[in-house]
Write a protein that binds this ligand. Structure first.
Ligand SMILES: C[S@@+](CC[C@H](N)C(=O)[O-])C[C@H]1O[C@@H](n2cnc3c(N)ncnc32)[C@H](O)[C@@H]1O
Length: 314
């Protein structure tokens, strides 16, 4: 049995009963949302227009333990949130933006764009959160493909991106992001620690690094430490425990039978979209990912009458 499928077009989404199946509903997408100020490998900005349908109707705490650029958090703008990531520099950068967004903007405006400055930034180790945010954002906008990668000693080792005229300071994104972050706690730790106190009032969105036969394969080595298959299995076990506690859980992951097999008691939905392969407009390709949830999602979509019999529940 294959799960139902949401097909994302440029301005609208369609829900199909399965691959090439009957169309159940279609609706226009709203892109007028708060957007991330970082580029992030595996970032979910493309999923943001669906955020309001993917969240349960009511929850009091939003938790995102694989924060990255936080696309879903910014799109949802929840009144209370626990945000975390294993990457301490990333979390420090968010703290700096939250504490002093105007200071970050004015410093970013003054940093020249050239390879010498890039190299200096790369080896610098600012102590203050605001200057750490400036360094992090500068490297994010100027390093090759916006990748964040460090070696075993924690040294940033991505080469200069050689962009023609990159926008380094996105004030129109930084200011709303700083506002949204005010309602959040920010921590750097493993995802398991992040959900230790979760209860039935929490909504947890897990967006781990993907690891199986998927385009995002190259994004596995994030921070000197690898997210391996054991981590995937550990995540599935924790998600299952949370489900038992009544916590609402949503997981994005690679569309692969080995992954869906880890979540047998969950709801499964496939999301298909057009994507650039290797950043080349000429090589657009259809890609699909899985959305796995502890609660039914389909009857939250516009135009769907509940319950939808085709939603795949193992
Ligand atoms: C796919 S990205 C998240 C992208 C994010 N949803 C977005 O929209 O940008 C995965 C993130 O997981 C983090 N990560 C890797 N291993 C982790 C772990 N064991 N615990 C917590 N975070 C981890 C990485 O640093 C990375 O930022």
């Amino acid at each position: 049995m294959t799960p139902p499928e949401i097909v994302l077009g440029s301005g609208e989404a369609r829900l199909l009963s399965g691959p090439g199946g009957r169309e159940i509903t279609r609706w226009r997408l709203n892109f007028d949302l708060t957007k991330p100020f970082l580029k992030w490998a595996g970032g979910k900005q493309w999923l943001s227009p669906l955020a309001r349908y993917l969240a349960p109707e009511e929850f009091s705490v939003y938790c995102e333990p694989f924060l990255g650029a936080g696309a879903l958090f910014f799109a949802l703008g929840p009144p209370r949130a626990h945000l975390s990531d294993v990457n301490p520099e990333l979390i420090k950068a968010y703290g700096g933006v939250r504490a002093d967004v105007e200071g970050v903007i004015s410093r970013l405006d003054r940093v020249p764009y050239d390879i010498e400055t890039f190299k200096k930034m790369r080896v610098s180790r600012p102590r203050l959160d605001a200057t750490a945010a400036v360094r992090f954002i500068y490297l994010n906008r100027t390093a090759f493909n916006g990748i964040y990668r460090v070696n075993r000693n924690g040294d940033f080792n991505v080469p200069f991106g050689k962009y023609k005229n990159p926008t380094i300071c996105q004030r129109d994104r930084l200011r709303p992001a700083a506002g949204a972050l005010r309602s959040a706690t920010l921590r750097s730790h493993d995802f398991e620690t992040a959900v230790q106190n979760a209860d039935a009032s929490w909504f947890v969105y897990f967006d781990p690094p993907y690891i199986t036969g998927h385009l995002n394969n190259g994004f596995v080595k994030w921070n000197a430490r690898i997210f391996n298959w054991d981590d995937q299995a550990r995540l599935a076990q924790i998600a299952t425990e949370l489900k038992t506690r009544g916590t609402r859980v949503l997981i994005s992951n690679a569309d692969h039978p080995a992954v869906s097999g880890l979540y047998e008691s969950f709801h499964h939905l496939r999301i298909r979209r057009h994507s650039l392969v290797g950043g080349k407009a000429a090589s657009r390709k259809d890609v699909s990912e899985l959305l796995i949830s502890s609660f039914p999602i389909l009857d939250r979509l516009p135009g769907v009458r509940s319950p939808v019999p085709s939603e795949r529940l193992y």
